[in-house]
Write a protein that binds this ligand. Structure first.
Ligand SMILES: *Cc1c(COP(=O)(O)O)cnc(C)c1O
Length: 383
């Protein structure tokens, strides 16, 4: 069996977790801040706040920005449902932007058009959540320009993208956004089993993120309304959640961070190998924008839609556990109940009828890659 994605766990990772197990704190101990500092130093953001998943981090990010009932939040039509569910948790309405046929990220021209129209209709979004699909950054400079023109906040869903770069700078530095979210689910670039983090350069947003992940409670004298109650005292200032990362997870995360560059380098080697093996094969290989350095969370090929299903089934039959990232979010029954109809975003529909994520993870072997390519060749033939 060859999965589409898989974690790499070293002896150092195991030792790091065991050390925490033998220590005084399994959660709310020192490992969490160490991990947060490591991520913020790597990304060159001012702050980082860890969470028990990227989904929780996205929810807290929407809350921190003030998304609430009556607001609109937009995201890409091709993403995991968590990118839009986070806005629904806050009572907001969501809408979807069609993708660019090359990058498969949100299409800037369509975003621009939709903003113009919604300005006239007085339905401008409170926030936009661009998704760096497969680990390739969206064109953040352009999205930032539009945010200045139309006045929306930006939350980058970089769940796929730690270790990736945009114009040479690390994704997560929040140069063009308010908050960036990473996921550490085992199929992503580094893992904490479950886990996520939010980076930001805004102290106020950072304080809010920390409040929301821990019941809305603070012990910080700077925020307490009653300053002199006593040493036991804390206050709940907001309705928060328990979205905290444990020390076990954070220790694993810190150890994984040491291997991040190595993981991404390996993913690039695999990607260029795929690209050369598939050069004369009747599939479309992923297109990279020149200003991007992808983390290559996924390697998505596109095949002729008429044979899409049979190719997919053949690979699965041979125990190559290919996947499809993603079904357009508005296809899901829950979203259809909200009034979305299939066909809403034509490029997303086209992508959905052609895309297959073939296996991509640091420990994937050359002969496994060859096997996958051989099956593809037997299905689609050469050009
Ligand atoms: C994985 C993923 C998430 C959710 O991450 P979790 O850590 O599993 O909550 C959100 N958005 C995208 C695009 C993802 O791929």
């Amino acid at each position: 069996m060859i999965p589409y994605g898989k974690q790499s766990i070293s002896k150092d990772d195991v030792d790091a977790v065991v050390d925490v197990l033998k220590s005084d704190f399994l959660t709310q101990g020192p490992a969490v801040k160490i991990f947060e500092d490591k991520v913020k130093d790597y990304c060159k953001s001012r702050y980082a706040s860890s969470f028990n998943s990227a989904t929780s981090a996205l929810h807290a990010a929407c809350m921190a920005i003030g998304v609430s009932k009556g607001d609109y939040v937009w995201t890409s039509a091709i993403t995991f449902v968590a990118s839009s569910n986070c806005a629904l948790y806050c009572g907001a309405s969501v809408d979807f932007i069609d993708i660019d046929s090359n990058s498969s990220n949100i299409c800037i021209d369509k975003l621009d058009e939709k903003l113009k129209k919604s300005k006239q209709e007085n339905t401008l979004p409170k926030a936009i959540i661009p998704v760096h699909l497969t680990g390739q950054s969206c064109d953040m400079k352009k999205i930032k320009e539009l945010s200045e023109k139309y006045g929306f906040s930006i939350i980058e869903d970089a769940s796929h993208a730690i270790g990736g770069k945009y114009h040479g700078d690390s994704i997560g530095n929040c140069k063009y956004s308010d908050i960036t979210i990473f996921s550490f689910h085992p199929v992503k670039i580094i893992t904490t089993a479950e886990g996520g983090i939010a980076t930001t350069n805004d102290k106020n947003l950072f304080n809010k993120l920390n409040l929301f992940r821990s019941h809305g409670i603070t012990r910080d004298k700077d925020f307490l309304l009653s300053k002199n109650e006593g040493p036991w005292y804390y206050e709940q200032l907001e309705l928060g959640y328990n979205y905290r990362m444990t020390d076990l997870q954070a220790a694993l995360g810190s150890s994984q961070m040491n291997q991040l560059e190595d993981f991404v380098t390996k993913r690039h080697e695999l990607a260029s190998r795929y690209s050369s093996l598939l050069k004369d094969v009747n599939v479309k290989i992923p297109i990279q924008c020149s200003y991007n350095y992808s983390s290559y969370h996924l390697y998505v090929i596109r095949v002729n839609s008429s044979s899409h299903r049979s190719i997919f089934e053949k690979l699965r039959e041979k125990n190559i556990l290919v996947n499809l990232h993603y079904i357009p979010v508005y296809h899901h029954p829950y979203y259809q109940k909200l009034g979305f109809k299939n066909g809403y975003c034509p490029e997303a529909e086209q992508y959905y009828s052609e895309a297959i994520s073939i296996p991509m993870y640091p420990d994937l072997k050359k002969d496994e890659q060859q096997l996958i390519v051989d099956i593809l060749i037997s299905e689609v033939g050469k050009i």
